[in-house]
Design a protein around this ligand. Structure first.
Ligand code: NAD
Length: 425
């Protein structure tokens, strides 16, 4: 990949949406996108904010804020997850919704982009409180969501359990059965086999594709994975199944290092038996959270939070390849340093697109009423990821830029076509 000037400038981007715009502007300039079309992409189509009074287990009411932003429906109904976290806000949801537009376009899916969230701490809430909150949110968003309108899915802090509650509330409001209104559902309710592991699987496929371009043998490669939730745990497992030595793993409770490789199956068993956290795992030495990001490994997979690879961290990163499992783990300022250091970054809008790809397969199966085997799902997924990787790589090469900007250009071309073909009135 080339060096210099193709990443965003060194201004600070405190807002996540500003970080999206910074990349969008760079890509638009390199590709030559008209200002008129860039302005459409700069402005989310619809933003909905709701207030959700919930009866807590202690008999007192609490009011939560819920968000849904539809960034674009140019290429199809909008698609995007729902996040439960304490820092959910307008800006974050807006940024994540724009990334969904680009991610779906990169993955060749007939979808636009959206994102939702509730500002809450799911770890401090009971199952009953979470169910009431999810159903209240769904009722408030009942006119926003729809099988051919806007289709939510899980994200940080949510899983198949919340999607089942969402489906139930939506079905009750609309008096019918609409499994295609949400993806990431449990398999017993119309979910797709392979969906749970899909984002991690996509990270694995993208890693192998990048290693092949770099002419590196996966069996001689080491990796560190930050985050051991849905994306991180499946990514770590699948990377190790491909012969990659995973030397570091970590979650919000603890981070571990083993030069010879961590036994991921035993970490998975430990997490399952210990309430979903790594704290107390004894299969490796405990290290500091930030040490994972700068560990002496070939591949770094940030699969937890946004903005963890800052300018300062970027200077100390030793990995040759970063595969972004999380959304927005790298700041625009850090991008410039990684580019200078010739570290290849497989960007989030490509690397974690496996989840939405299998969400699309789930939606197709729901519409079809006919369900595929896990092998079929995985085969279609891997082919789709490899195709997306190649087009991003090729655009990166053609425009002499990074894979991140190459991915934005890949998406931009499709959305630009959609806008021009549909016309503006
Ligand atoms: P999750 O809630 O299942 O897991 C999040 C993980 O991050 C947990 O292991 C948690 O302990 C860890 N974590 C939280 N704070 C941390 C910290 N300070 N340091 C280290 N680890 C920390 O969430 P997820 O679904 O795995 O999502 C992770 C990221 O991947 C998010 O950015 C999300 O938007 C993105 N993503 C998820 C999907 C999906 O299908 N789930 C798809 C695309 C992108």
């Amino acid at each position: 990949m080339t060096t210099k000037t193709n990443t965003a400038t060194a201004e600070q981007h405190d807002s996540m949406f500003d970080a999206v715009l910074a990349r969008l502007d760079v890509a638009a300039k390199i590709y030559g996108l008209s200002n008129e079309i860039a302005n459409i992409l700069r402005s989310p189509q619809k933003q909905v904010k709701v207030s959700l009074p919930i009866m807590m287990d202690n008999g007192k009411q609490e009011v939560f804020e819920g968000f849904r932003t539809i960034h674009s429906t140019i290429l199809g109904p909008s698609k995007g997850g729902i996040r439960y976290a304490t820092d959910v806000c307008d800006d974050e949801v807006k940024a994540l919704s724009a990334w969904m537009t680009f991610k779906c376009a990169v993955a060749n899916l007939p979808y636009g982009g959206a994102k939702g969230g509730i500002k809450c701490d799911p770890r401090k809430m009971s199952v009953g409180e979470l169910e009431r909150l999810t159903k209240a949110y769904t009722v408030a968003m009942a006119d926003v969501f729809g099988v051919d309108k806007d289709i939510p899915a899980p994200d940080m802090g949510t899983s198949g359990r919340e999607m089942a509650w969402l489906l139930d509330a939506f079905n009750k409001v609309h008096r019918g059965d609409f499994p295609g209104v949400v993806t990431g559902k449990p398999v017993g309710l119309g979910g797709s086999l392979g969906r749970d592991a899909a984002t991690g699987r996509g990270v694995m496929v993208a890693t192998l594709a990048a290693l092949s371009k770099m002419k590196l043998d996966p069996k001689k490669v080491t990796a560190a994975v930050q985050g051991f939730g849905n994306v991180g745990s499946h990514a770590a497992r699948l990377l190790s199944e491909q012969g990659i030595t995973v030397c570091a793993i970590g979650d919000h409770t603890a981070t571990f290092w083993n030069e010879k490789g961590i036994d991921i199956q035993s970490a998975l068993r430990y997490v399952k038996e210990n309430g979903g956290i790594l704290k107390g795992f004894t299969g490796a030495v405990e290290i500091k959270n930030t040490e994972l990001l700068t560990a002496n490994v070939d591949v770094l997979v940030p699969a937890a939070l946004q903005n963890v690879i800052t300018e300062e961290i970027a200077h100390s990163i030793k990995a040759k390849l970063i595969v972004e499992g999380a959304n927005g783990p790298t700041t625009p300022e850090a991008d410039a340093i990684l580019q200078e250091k010739k570290i290849i970054v497989v960007p989030d809008i490509l690397a974690n697109g496996g989840g939405v790809t299998v969400s699309y397969f789930e939606w197709v199966q729901n519409k079809y009423g006919y369900y595929w085997t896990e092998e079929e799902v995985n085969k279609k997924h891997d082919a789709s990821m490899n195709l997306a990787f190649e087009s991003v790589w090729n655009n990166g090469q053609q425009y002499k830029t990074t894979m991140r900007i190459g991915a934005y250009i890949t998406a931009m071309k499709k959305v630009e076509f959609g806008i021009k073909a549909k016309g503006v009135y």
